[in-house]
Ligand binder design. Structure first.
Ligand code: 5GP
Ligand code: ZN
Length: 143
């Protein structure tokens, strides 16, 4: 737990989010400023600033969950592609300094961008989180 970290607050349920998936080690929820509908963030429950301070098992777990979320996003939204991004340091574009992974659905012909300028519409985020949550729990990626 780190003071003044929005993702720590979300993990501790001191701040709200649109939840998609939970493990003992990770929480997955929607990005409040979606680069595309269905933009998910996978965060470690424990605070690490970035890939350089995260432990290998935490990084591995986030990688594992990102596979499941990529499958869920693609199946549920029928997107053409799925981008998985992970930024470290301001120079790389990191804006929240708590280790996390972006999973972003992509459609042919749409511009590539990780950060959006405007927040999502609450009702749409809520409906999207419910869809992805249901899908993520209905599938296995290890079989
Ligand atoms: P980064 O730039 O660090 O890789 O990504 C941080 C992401 O967190 C951004 O895409 C931004 O939109 C998102 N974000 C910032 N504050 C919040 C918040 O309070 N809740 C959620 N769900 N996402 C946030
Ligand atoms: Zn944190």
């Amino acid at each position: 737990m780190s003071d003044d970290c929005i993702f720590c607050d979300i993990v501790a349920e001191k701040a709200p989010c649109y939840p998609v998936h939970e493990t003992r080690y990770t929480r997955t929820f929607l990005d409040l400023f979606p680069a595309a509908p269905g933009h998910c963030l996978i965060v470690t429950r424990r605070h690490f600033d970035d890939i350089f301070s995260a432990t290998p098992d935490a990084i591995g777990m986030v990688g594992h969950v990102s596979t499941l979320i990529a499958h869920a996003v693609r199946e549920e939204l029928q997107c053409d592609g799925v981008g998985i991004y992970q930024l470290n340091g301001a120079a790389a574009g990191q804006t929240v300094f708590h280790y996390h992974m972006h999973v972003i659905p992509r459609w042919n012909g749409e511009e590539l961008d990780i950060h959006a300028r405007s927040p999502g519409v609450p009702e749409e985020l809520e409906a999207m989180a419910a869809r992805l949550n249901k899908r993520a729990y209905s599938m296995r990626v290890d079989e």
